[in-house]
Write a protein that binds this ligand. Structure first.
Ligand SMILES: [Zn+2]
Length: 529
């Protein structure tokens, strides 16, 4: 998440990070999935296409190799499919019977750190959690395990020699540079260097205006995209509106947006004993920030929003990663931790003056209430941004603050719903909008003829209850008054290869069980005897 922010400012730490990067275990060769097939027919499914169309079914979706070849409506709900009217498919076609099930485009996680040394996570662990939740594309914002490592995995994923989502590799600004970038010339040279290496974009945390401008303009020339977490250390120089005008293509989280909406100040109202290196200060004061901005639907608020939209600017809110701030117990006690959170990751989440995002030195009612109010103002902005035609995407930023890969992405969908998105708007934000922001909407992001076969198949209707997308499913009482679990993605299809999503999840549980066994770990809450 923001650990790197600190590193940027102390180049010696950057080198430490670099030295460590080679130690993060690489993903093993793919042992999962079947296909791609000469012809695959997904029969009788209900389609949610990701472009905002309402569900329609039953349809047959025809996939050849890794591409969607055709989509055919084959009947009406509640009426048996008339086999005589169904087209004759190749006799050796692979048939996936999916009547009563739902088909969606694969999800795009726009803020997907692949974990690493700090979290003690392997690539296999993270990739399988993502794939088990239908995530078929991720944007790694900052290539935390090193750009070479990330590009290597990107390539292997492209070739499907590993079980992993497609990877868009963004290098954090200055990554791999021998010394801190201190002038525009160095900025341009660095951008050229990572473009040559094959990076897809740049992740910024802010910079001095002349340096930022040079980097963004060079990125534009070379066709690289960009993301920025407007860190408080640099936001007094440039807020979101300033960077968007310079050509930044997307913003992460929310920092820099309230600052663009100030009317009676130019700097956040920091208490005078504030220290950015104190994580409780940092997150506690951030919770008071939206209240310092122009109120919803005021002149300034409208003007900034409309200007950002006119710049075709993308907002990637990552609501979930701050959720512990408004409800710490919910995040800590999430039901998946016991089976799917690695001991090393669990330890990383705990309060500490050193670990980033582990700021619960003393986090109480006052902090949570403040953050609940912060969320309301933030969500109002994001929902209206979407209503006026602005692009909002879905990113998770997992691996920090009790948010687990895959699971946290589904929570993000729920929070977009809470912000006011219709479930169809939520799915579109998670699919087509992400593809647009990556510049890949001609290939992925919706179920359309000619696009790549990246799909999710699930037995429950996710529009009715987004919770069915959690790997642990949703709780439902059946007709016999028995408590059952429904949902969980059934199949994740990437490039025409069908993965059993539940099997991927059980692989993750095995990894976790083994790690627990090795150190006789029992997951328990800290500070309780
Ligand atoms: Zn992040």
């Amino acid at each position: 998440m923001i650990r790197l922010t600190l590193l940027i400012f102390f180049s010696s730490f950057v080198f430490t990070l670099f030295a460590q990067s080679s130690e993060v275990p690489k993903s093993p060769e793919r042992a999962e999935g079947s296909g791609p097939y000469k012809q695959l027919i997904i029969q009788g499914v209900t389609l949610i296409n990701g472009a905002g169309s309402p569900p329609i079914g039953p349809v047959d979706v025809i996939v050849e190799q890794n591409k969607i070849k055709d989509i055919k409506v084959v009947g009406y709900p509640g009426v048996p499919i008339d086999e005589k009217k169904r087209e004759k498919y190749d006799s050796d076609a692979e048939i996936l019977e999916a009547e009563g099930m739902y088909l969606l485009p694969g999800f795009i996680d726009m803020h997907g750190h692949i974990g690493g040394k700090s979290q003690g996570t392997s690539a296999e662990y993270v990739f399988k959690l993502w794939m088990a939740h239908g995530i078929t594309t991720i944007r790694d914002p900052s290539a935390g395990n090193g750009l070479e490592w990330t590009l290597e995995h990107k390539k292997k994923s492209e070739q499907n020699t590993i079980t992993a989502p497609r990877i868009e590799a963004y290098s954090y600004f200055g990554q791999g540079s021998k010394s801190a970038i201190s002038n525009p010339k160095m900025a341009r040279a660095w951008v050229q260097e990572i473009a040559k290496k094959g990076a897809d974009g740049i992740k910024f945390f802010g910079a001095r205006p002349d340096i930022m401008e040079a980097a963004l303009s060079e990125a534009k020339i070379l066709g690289l995209r960009s993301a920025c977490h407007h860190a408080q250390t640099d936001v007094a120089w440039l807020n979101v509106l300033n960077t968007a005008k310079m050509g930044l293509t997307s913003m992460e989280h929310w920092y820099g947006l309230p600052e663009a909406l100030f009317t009676d100040k130019t700097i956040q109202n920091y208490p005078l004993d504030y220290n950015y290196q104190n994580e409780q200060h940092r997150f506690g004061e951030a919770g008071k920030l939206w209240k310092q901005a122009a109120p919803p639907y005021s002149e300034k608020w409208n003007k900034v929003m409309d200007e950002l939209i006119s710049l075709d600017f993308t907002i990637d809110p990552t609501f979930n990663i701050y959720e512990a701030n408004r409800d710490l117990m919910r995040a800590r006690l999430a039901e998946w931790h016991s089976d799917y959170t690695l001991p090393s990751l669990w330890r990383f989440y705990q309060p500490s003056r050193i670990s980033h995002g582990s700021h619960w030195h003393y986090w109480g009612t006052e902090e949570e209430v403040t953050w609940k109010e912060n969320y309301k103002l933030w969500m109002t902005f994001v929902n209206e941004y979407k209503n006026r035609g602005g692009r909002v995407t879905t990113g998770s930023d997992s691996g920090f603050i009790f948010q687990l890969y895959g699971f946290a992405y589904i929570r993000e969908l729920e929070l977009l719903r809470e912000a006011g998105f219709h479930p169809l708007e939520v799915i579109r934000a998670a699919t087509l909008k992400g593809a647009e922001a990556l510049g890949r909407d001609q290939e992925i992001g919706s179920i359309e003829i000619g696009k790549l076969a990246d799909m999710i198949i699930i037995e429950e209707n996710p529009l009715q209850n987004l919770k069915v997308l959690y790997g642990t499913g949703a709780i439902k009482l059946n007709e016999n008054n028995e408590v059952t679990r429904v949902g969980g993605v059934k199949y994740t299809i990437k490039d025409g290869i069908i993965y059993d999503a539940k099997k991927l999840l059980s692989d993750v549980k095995k990894i976790v069980d083994q790690a627990k066994e090795e150190e006789e770990f029992i997951l328990k809450q800290p500070g309780i005897k």
